[in-house]
Design a protein around this ligand. Structure first.
Ligand code: UD1
Length: 420
């Protein structure tokens, strides 16, 4: 198994390009199920989660070819409607096949994702929404089975704004008969991008990016040609890397509008962030970061996907920071590992109190989920001596060539393969 070895202490300097967004590429790839023909997607990041979708679409009968970050999906001959446990288990977002399969073929069989490290993460709201669109849902051997001759538009009110649920319903309702109104919808940039992509396929979606989305169903859709937007979480992770190493970096391919909550908090800590005329974002870390409080919330609030990385930053803050996780119920697994590096963190319920320490100390640590592993890499960049992060398959799910990119910025970091 691979691990990442970091000799901390180098100040990051130079320029880095942000890759395509994982959380946008995933639903866009699933959207190809909605229409026969050849779909083309560019700026798709090379990640383990993307390879999982590739496998899943291939099992369904799609033919995929890929050249660097360009994907072409021939979706005409999709013949299976089943997403097997082995794949759904490794990537929860596989449940996004449900809406498109049901809408195009009237039938979908998808394994329930099961437990997940960062909380129970049920899919009840996805199912409730599809039922409202007229699907008959049953459970069989751990699989959700959904059937409907043709979905019918409906008025759906989500109990809470779910990103995946909103995406599933938007895709399904695009081919339904009549109008669907989705209330309390998620407002994440990935939702806006998916709506834009679906509209380019011939769908009629309005209001994406607000909490009320209106979808006028159409008879059929045409293939997708689209470029995936830059990854806001990867961008945020590099910003924190600069902040933690008193670095001075320039980033290209950033959409600052997607990062407002993070940028505003980073500025409060003393990080200098400037937009340059050439479209680049310059990030300069201060001598010592100030401690600030954050609470994760659905977009446009502070993103839960940046909580672990921000905690690593606060571990080196000048004072005390209170971090509240309100989106997922169990997303503090990085805390024990950060403590092994000398961080002073206590947890009570969904709140972590982080007392800044003078410096972090390198240690062997273990990645437990995707963003937790990023926080350990960040801590390693700033820590004294050597940090070894193991179980980095989590990291490979969501960060494209992270060690190469960090090395390009002057970090002393390498991937080491260990015999199994
Ligand atoms: C997506 C992102 C993930 C991010 C999360 C929140 C992708 C592939 N993943 O995950 O990186 O951390 O949004 O921004 O885009 N919930 C229910 N019932 C449901 C669905 C969700 O109770 O049917 C709950 C979840 O347990 C969680 C909250 O709603 O507490 C938000 O989850 P959701 O927005 O659905 O997250 P994902 O789409 O899984």
């Amino acid at each position: 198994m691979d691990k990442i070895v970091i000799h901390g202490g180098n100040r990051l300097k130079g320029e880095v390009k942000v890759s395509g967004a994982k959380n946008s590429a995933l639903p866009l790839l699933f959207a190809t199920i909605l229409a026969p023909g050849i779909h083309r997607l560019s700026n798709v990041p090379a990640l383990r989660d993307i390879a999982t979708v590739e496998k899943l679409l291939t099992i369904l009968g799609a033919e995929i070819s890929r050249k660097d970050n360009e994907f072409s999906v021939e979706a005409t001959r999709i013949s299976s409607v089943e997403a097997p446990y082995d794949l759904v288990r490794t990537m929860r977002a596989s449940v996004l096949v449900l809406g498109p399969l049901l809408a195009r073929f009237g039938h979908a069989r998808v394994s329930l994702p099961g437990g997940c490290a960062i909380g129970a993460r049920p899919i009840n709201l996805h199912l409730k929404g599809l039922e409202a669109l007229g699907a008959r849902i049953s459970l069989d051997h751990g699989y959700v089975e959904a059937r409907a001759r043709r979905l019918k538009g409906a008025h759906i009110h989500f109990d809470l704004p779910t990103v995946g649920g909103t995406e599933n319903i938007m895709m399904a309702a695009s081919l339904a008969r009549g109008t669907t109104i989705l209330e309390n919808a998620a407002c994440e940039p990935e939702i806006t991008e998916l709506a834009e992509a679906l509209n380019s396929m011939g769908a009629r979606i309005e209001g994406a990016g607000t909490d009320r989305i209106r979808i006028e169903g159409v008879q059929e859709l045409k293939p997708l040609e689209f470029t995936v937007m830059p990854d806001r979480v990867e961008a945020g992770t590099f910003m924190i890397a600069a902040a933690m190493t008193r670095g001075d970096i320039r980033m290209s391919g950033v959409r600052p509008g997607h990062l407002e909550a993070l940028i505003s908090k980073l500025r409060e800590t003393g990080v200098e962030i400037n937009f340059e005329e050439n479209g680049k974002l310059r990030v300069k870390g201060p001598r010592k970061v100030a401690s600030v409080n954050i609470k994760t919330l659905p977009h446009p609030g502070f993103p839960t996907d940046m909580q672990a990385q921000f905690m690593a930053l606060m571990a080196m803050g000048a004072g005390t920071s209170v971090i509240t996780e309100s989106v997922f119920e169990n997303r503090f697994m990085h805390v024990c590992e950060l403590q092994r590096m000398g961080a002073d963190i206590t947890i009570e319920g969904n709140t972590a109190t982080v007392k800044g320490v003078k410096g972090l100390l390198g240690a062997p640590v273990m990645a437990t989920d995707l963003r937790a592993s990023a926080s350990l890499v960040l801590a390693g960049l700033a820590a004294e001596n050597t940090t070894e992060v193991s179980r980095i398959y989590h990291l490979d799910r969501g960060y494209e060539r992270i060690e190469e990119k960090l090395r390009g910025l002057g970090a002393h970091i390498e991937r080491v393969s260990e015999p199994m």
